[in-house]
Design a protein around this ligand. Structure first.
Ligand code: ADP
Ligand code: MG
Length: 361
């Protein structure tokens, strides 16, 4: 079922400053398409959990509306919205078995929806199979690994066949390997069920790897919505460009003049038709080509071996923050003892941003 947020806003009284408001969700206006997995992505405190809580009904909006399909659910309590919720802390009932935990949401169904014990057990087994915990039905939560507990939580959220599945940083408590595995399973479960799913994370790689669509937020404001690759290849501003990608994009001071992009004294790329003046230049680490006659010169610090590729770590006077990083194929022939290294740049890996507004030029 599609979810539509219409001019949705949530203000909280500030915890720090009396009489001041925090705008956790600032005029959200977008549609989450039916049957898709959408990654809601942004740094800690940007309003991700608040957005989910508004959709689930745990919070009421200060302004705006929420629709599930064509139905306005803004005033409905959480239990009437048909949402499945999974949080970072799985919050299973410790004294109940896996089966009893999964059945739990079915027990308070009323009227026509009321189910027999047998039907509930059957339904529980069906979702347990889906998340591959059907062999563990008699266990108590403490007899399960973290990953297995999280799957029980997902099964419990799915058992009523929700209109929307909401996942708030569901993998954060898992160790690295289990995170990878569980995120792939989440993707599979979502495909198998076709349930519209909103997945909250601060981890850009996690969001990029499994989402049909990502929504990048900052300070309660949606900055960009799109397919992961599109957002990566075409960021609207410096924040989005910096938030996506590991290693992060390199940001340098630059200037557009005489139809070229200059970094320091070097004209590194032709750049006709753009307004002249100082800019921020973002260069993706994979945007460098080792080239003896290249226009962009750096002072080499070290070469880090990554296997197939190497990471060339350099210093550059115009670089902001940290060292510059170029990822090039290991066979490119960079010599670890080399002092100076020259590159040419792949134009589609270089973005320029306004110095003031930081919007893409
Ligand atoms: P995220 O999940 O992206 O880390 P949250 O949605 O939890 O962010 O919080 C967004 C902002 O709203 C933060 O500044 C947070 O401090 C504030 N906030 C969240 N809940 C409350 C609340 N109940 N009262 C006051 N401020 C809140
Ligand atoms: Mg949160």
């Amino acid at each position: 079922m599609k979810v539509v947020l219409q001019d949705l806003t949530k203000r909280f009284a500030s915890r720090q400053e009396k009489g001041k408001d925090v705008i956790a969700v600032n005029h959200f206006d977008f549609e989450i398409p039916d049957g898709q997995l959408v990654g809601l992505l942004g740094p800690s405190g940007c309003g991700k959990s608040t957005t989910l809580n508004l959709i689930s009904g745990l919070e009421t909006p200060s302004e705006g509306k929420i629709f599930f399909g064509d139905r306005d659910v803004t005033q409905l309590p959480p239990e009437e919205r048909g949402v499945g919720l999974v949080f970072q802390n799985y919050a299973l009932y410790p004294h109940l078995t896996v089966e009893e935990n999964i059945i739990f949401p079915l027990q308070n169904l009323k009227g026509k929806q009321k189910m027999t014990k047998e039907a509930m057990r059957e339904k529980a087994l069906e979702v347990a199979r889906l998340v591959q915990i059907d062999q563990l039905m008699e266990r108590k939560p403490r007899e399960l690994s973290g990953g297995q507990q999280q799957r029980v939580a997902i099964a419990r959220a799915l058992v009523k066949i929700p209109n929307v599945l909401l996942l708030d940083e569901p993998l954060s408590n898992l160790d690295a390997r289990l995170r990878l595995q569980t995120r792939e399973e989440l993707r599979r479960i979502q495909r198998d069920t076709g349930v519209t799913t909103i997945f909250v994370t601060h981890d850009q790689e996690e969001a990029m790897s499994i989402s049909d669509l990502i929504i990048v937020m900052k300070d309660g404001v949606v900055n960009q919505i799109g397919k992961p690759q599109e957002v990566y290849d075409d960021p609207v501003n410096l924040f989005v460009a910096q938030f996506l990608g590991t290693p992060a994009i390199n940001v340098l001071e630059g200037e557009i003049r005489d139809g070229s992009l200059y970094i320091g004294q070097e004209a590194v790329l032709p750049m006709a038709g753009k307004a002249e003046g100082p800019v921020w230049v973002g260069i993706r680490p994979e945007g460098f080509v080792l080239d003896e006659k290249g226009p962009f010169t750096c002072e080499m610090d070290r070469v880090e071996v990554m296997g197939r590729d190497v990471s060339v770590v350099c210093r550059h006077a115009k670089m902001t923050g940290r060292n510059l990083r170029a990822i090039i194929p290991a066979e490119s022939g960079v010599r670890p003892g080399q002092r100076e290294v020259r590159f040419s740049l792949k134009p589609y890996k270089v973005f320029v941003f306004d110095r003031e507004s930081e919007a893409r030029r």
